[in-house]
Structures are given as C-alpha cells and as structure tokens.
Ligand binder design. Structure first.
Ligand code: PEP
Length: 254
C-alpha cells in the first residue's frame, strides 16, 4: 500500500527565528499516529538548523533544488551529495517556478532527477499544466510530455524510488485549488502512463497533489484514490495549517 506523504515547500521564506518556532511546532504538535509521512523542503542555508531541530522526529526534510552535476566548477550550484550530508530525504525537481523563472526544461528536470537518485535522495518530480494549456485541452499532453521526459532518461525503476507531484500551475499560490475530481483525473492518467511501462511501479509510486492545499480542503483531495498526499506551499509556513493537513493525511492512511 502507498504511504501518504505531506511535504511542505517553504520556497524562499524563513529566518532562523521563524524556522525555530515552526519546526518546534511540528515536533511538538500531535500529528496523528504516524501513518502519513511528513517533510519540509527548506532553503539551503537552513538545512543544518532543520536537521538539528527535526532529527529523531516524525518529520523529514529536504531541499527545493539541486545541481545536475556531482561536483565541479558550477558556481552557485549545490550537489545532491551535499544535501545528503545534511540528512535530506527529499528534493523537488521541476517545480513550475524553476521551469518558468529559471528556464529549466524537461531534459534538465530529468537530469536533476537522476542526480538526486545517484545521491540517494528521493526526488519529488513536479509536473503540471498552465491555465492556458488546460483551457486548450492540453493537460494530458503536457503532463505526459513532462513525465515521459523523466522516464526516458531516468527509467521507470528510478520513478519507483521517486515521488511524483501533480501541481497545476494555475493552482499554485493562487488560492484556486483543483477540485478533488480534477486532481483524481490527472493522477489516474499519470498512473496509467506509468502502468504502460511497469504495473508494479504504477501501483506503488506516490503521486502528490499540489496547488493551494489548505487545512480546509486537504481531506477531500487526499481521499481520492490516486491522490497520495500533498505538496504544500503557503500553508506549510503556518504551523497549525500544516499540522491540520498532516493529520488529514494521517487519518486517511490509517
Ligand atoms: C508549491 O509551492 O508547490 C505550492 C503548491 O504552493 P501553494 O500550496 O501555496 O499553492
């Protein structure tokens, strides 16, 4: 059975003081019976603090990006092995902000997923369509292209050791959430694409939904059969909201 996962994407937010409060709430807040996994994805400079404060707790941590090379003359880049040294479990690749603002294409995302696996990290492979693409009826074609790009470079076995996150771009940070049915439709489609390569991988890989997940809508989204939890941006910065989302996942996983 797939384990539910709630991952908080802090984006470029935080400070040592604010993080200490937020991480403290995550370790002290009762987030259920441990059926659902939890993680926070923090800016690089806060990895050491996060590792110190979350070590031994039920919540794991990770980063939001990594360089595609293992080391070398790549000024400003951070290698997967460096993230592993700070105890990271996860790293997002292909977040729509990286694709749109930093021009990361499908091939780059695929190489980053491979680099993450080589460093022993679990990549959270993000994909999703823009509003214009949805309105043009291209949702399936877009997510298929994005997923196939990773499958073709990394192979289906690498996906077995990854997490997929469907994040419709029009729902990220907009307060507009996909309905549970809209999310389910795309998640089922992604699973079907994976099943064409390997039925076992398709059945076992976790597919998260991301896009304005809140305490108030988490349960209805996570209750859908192919939605295995959430990638949460804004709401992950508010301890009570994030704990509510984690508890919703935990109840459904029990
Ligand atoms: C995200 O950052 O991946 C995200 C889904 O953000 P939000 O929850 O704020 O829409």
């Amino acid at each position: 059975m797939r384990r539910k996962l709630v991952a908080g994407n802090w984006k470029m937010h935080g400070s040592l003081e604010a993080n200490a409060r937020l991480l403290g709430s995550l370790t002290s807040g009762n987030a259920g019976s441990g059926n659902a996994a939890c993680a926070v994805l923090v800016p690089f400079p806060y990895l050491a603090q996060t590792q110190t404060l979350l070590k031994g707790s039920a919540c794991r941590w990770g980063a939001q990006n990594l360089g595609e090379h293992p080391s070398g003359a790549y000024t400003g880049e951070v290698a997967g092995a460096m993230l592993a040294e700070f105890g990271c479990t996860y790293v997002t690749v292909g977040h729509s902000e990286r694709r749109a603002l930093y021009h990361e294409d499908d091939a780059t995302v695929a190489r980053k997923a491979v680099a993450a696996r080589k460093a022993g990290l679990t990549p959270i492979v993000c994909l999703g369509e823009t509003l214009a693409e949805r309105e043009a009826g291209q949702t399936e074609a877009v997510v298929e292209r994005q997923l196939e790009a990773v499958l073709n470079v990394a192979g289906v076995q690498a996906i077995a050791e990854s997490v997929v996150a469907y994040e419709p771009v029009w729902a990220i940070g907009t307060g507009k959430t996909a309905s549970p049915e809209q999310a389910q439709e795309v998640h089922a489609f992604l699973r079907e694409l994976l099943a064409r390569r390997d039925a076992k991988v398709a059945a076992e890989v976790s597919i998260l939904y991301g896009g304005s997940v809140k305490g108030a809508n988490a349960e209805s989204l996570f209750a859908m059969p192919d939605v295995d939890g959430g990638l949460v941006g804004g709401a992950s910065l508010v301890a009570e909201e994030f704990l509510t989302i984690w508890r919703a996942a935990d109840r459904l996983a029990s």
